[in-house]
Design a protein around this ligand. Sequence first.
Ligand SMILES: C[S@@+](CC[C@H](N)C(=O)[O-])C[C@H]1O[C@@H](n2cnc3c(N)ncnc32)[C@H](O)[C@@H]1O
Length: 245
Amino acid sequence: MSVYEKMDLMKTDKRDIDGPDGAGIQKMFNEIAGSYDLLNRILSFGIDNRWRRKGLSMFNRRAPLRLLDLGCGTGDLSRLSFRFGFTSVVGADFSMEMLLKGKPGNRDFSGISLCAADAGRLPFKDSSFTSCCIAFAVRNFQDRGGALREISRVLDDSGELMIIEFSMPGSRLIRFMYNIYFFHILPVIGWAVSGNYRAYKYLPQSVGKFPSVEDFSELILGSGFSRVRAARLTLGIAHIYLAVK
Ligand SMILES: C[S@@+](CC[C@H](N)C(=O)[O-])C[C@H]1O[C@@H](n2cnc3c(N)ncnc32)[C@H](O)[C@@H]1O
């Protein structure tokens, strides 16, 4: 290996070395799209939707609102956003299967349009949106700083970004119980329902490798946002970040 190749490897996030790369993640979500919604409800005991509602309630901007739901998957958050004043929503995701799985559910929501897009190269003009939300997707982005800068570009002045993401609980006892559930129970249930063990083994691994709340907040601030605050959810197993451009 040449010195230059070694230097490149050192610059690479560890995730890129031992986790799936962008294409691998895309393939994985395409594979589990069929059972994704059902498994979400089972594995989170329904808490995920409570978190989504809380996240959407934290936006401060008033109508008219144009929302980008990035890494929208099957579109739960896009549809829910209509209860929070949003009337125009673009759901973007790089997994075509996830978009297609969610599409029938959008029938009653004429304000939703779907777009196949990678978070690192958003096909939208500058200042296209007032608001952006990302639920449980940002930890999968290969170049998070690049994606955050792209989001900042497509948000208008004082545009808001809301992110919901898992985090490691601070308490040792909770972390112990969390690890048992996430590393040993969840992959087995995931495998039993979806037939894909690898995808549900990846989930806790990716949470473990996600930066701390402080480090991720710093990354947001260094990527085109002027303010950020984080709200802790359910024993610290997830956080909501609200950032303003
Ligand atoms: C765990 S799912 C979350 C879906 C949805 N936001 C929800 O709340 O249920 C993560 C989604 O992020 C998408 N995703 C991951 N990396 C992406 C990227 N670089 N660009 C666009 N979408 C991405 C995946 O395809 C997947 O649909």
